[in-house]
Ligand binder design. Structure first.
Ligand code: NDP
Length: 331
């Protein structure tokens, strides 16, 4: 049978392991610095996979602020060694599966945040490349109703929003103020709080042009930070999620016994900070909401950026003005 040249055998898919090349295109940097350290490597090594990993042919990726901060050297003490192919978020197709992989197979369309711990030894070979190696447990099947570009915009941000709400003990009937409601994390936190957790009231902050967007995502109250100081308003909340870095003001509007979750910047008691853990089971849990469109990825309308435009995409992200996610697609 091995020598068979029969043409009646099942169609060979393009996802066949044997077709994975030895080299690939990848964005990489070999020193920390500003966007100018990013270079397109036309012949980077395709990463090997461990037994618990799959190799993903990347279709789309997304940027997060952590990619820019890491590139700037802010986390060098706990970073993986240089050179670095950046990128946490991926959506693509499994082309190879390690020996211990049970739930995924070649041809599966998947998405996820490829680094379990964002700051502790994140992967050296990230998602801004044609291929990336990822532990099966960090991935989930892509919701069928979403394209690769949309799916790529979800993992790190939605996992952060979810973990923040969980750590805050958020539940149905509670109120929440989300600082930075129009960003990657905030846009998903609004939707999760309102449509998944059943918040009694969701308030969020943004600048004037983004207030309608906050409402469309599910905010009951949209606060224009260019016109009002949220900390001077009379309302108090069960939970405050700070995705801006306003920890000192955030603690002023939480109810007695409430929780203040701080993603960046100063932490003032009772506020607390955490660093997101990647977990494919969170994506699986949210799948019905994503599939039905109750929770929607928000892709910044300036994108998706072409793979050749990664430097421009980084500098746009670093303006701090992105609406939802800065997505790179197709790759
Ligand atoms: P984004 O780059 O997506 O945030 C951009 C958004 O922030 C814009 O829409 C902007 O709206 C809004 N914004 C900026 N300043 C303000 C302000 N003063 N008040 C209200 N909104 C404002 O960032 P992410 O959502 O991806 O991440 C947010 C922060 O959280 C980052 O610092 C990131 O590093 C951190 N983070 C931490 C994690 C952790 O595990 N600890 C995980 C994920 C993120 P406008 O244009 O209207 O100002």
């Amino acid at each position: 049978a091995a020598s068979s040249s029969s043409s009646s055998s099942p169609a060979v898919t393009t996802a066949e392991a044997g077709e994975v090349p030895a080299t690939m295109k990848a964005w990489a940097y070999d020193e920390y610095g500003d966007g100018s350290v990013l270079k397109l490597n036309e012949a980077a090594a395709v990463p090997d996979i461990a037994d618990d990993q799959v190799l993903v042919r990347v279709a789309a990726a997304a940027l997060n602020p952590v990619d820019a901060k890491r590139r700037a050297g802010k986390f060098k003490a706990t970073d993986s060694p240089l050179p670095t192919v950046p990128g946490y978020d991926v959506a693509g197709v499994v082309v190879k599966a390690g020996r211990k992989v049970k739930g995924l197979k070649e041809g599966d369309e998947v998405y996820g945040n490829i680094s379990e711990k964002a700051l502790e030894g994140p992967k050296q070979s990230g998602s801004l490349a044609e291929y990336t190696a990822v532990e099966e447990k960090l991935l989930a099947l892509k919701p069928k109703s979403l394209g690769f570009a949309q799916a790529a915009g979800l993992p790190l941000a939605v996992e952060t929003a979810h973990e923040g709400l969980e750590r805050a003990g958020f539940s149905a009937g509670k109120s929440i103020l989300i600082l930075g409601g129009a960003g990657g994390v905030g846009s998903l936190a609004i939707q999760l709080a309102k449509h998944v957790y059943g918040a009694s009231k969701v308030a969020a902050t943004a600048s004037t042009p983004k207030l309608e967007l906050l409402k469309s995502l599910g905010a009951d109250v949209a606060i224009d930070y260019t016109k009002e100081n949220f900390e001077d308003l009379p309302d108090k909340y069960d939970v405050v999620l700070d995705a801006v870095g306003q920890g000192e003001k955030a603690v002023k509007v939480v109810k007695e016994g409430g929780s203040v979750v701080v993603l960046t910047g100063a932490v003032v008691p009772p506020g607390f900070r955490f660093v997101v853990t990647s977990d494919g089971s969170v994506l699986e849990k949210l799948n019905p909401y994503l599939e039905s469109g109750k929770v929607k990825p928000l892709v910044d309308p300036k994108g998706p950026f072409a793979f050749s435009q990664v430097v421009e995409a980084f500098s746009y992200l670093e303006t701090g003005r992105a609406t939802g996610k800065v997505v790179i697609s197709p790759i």
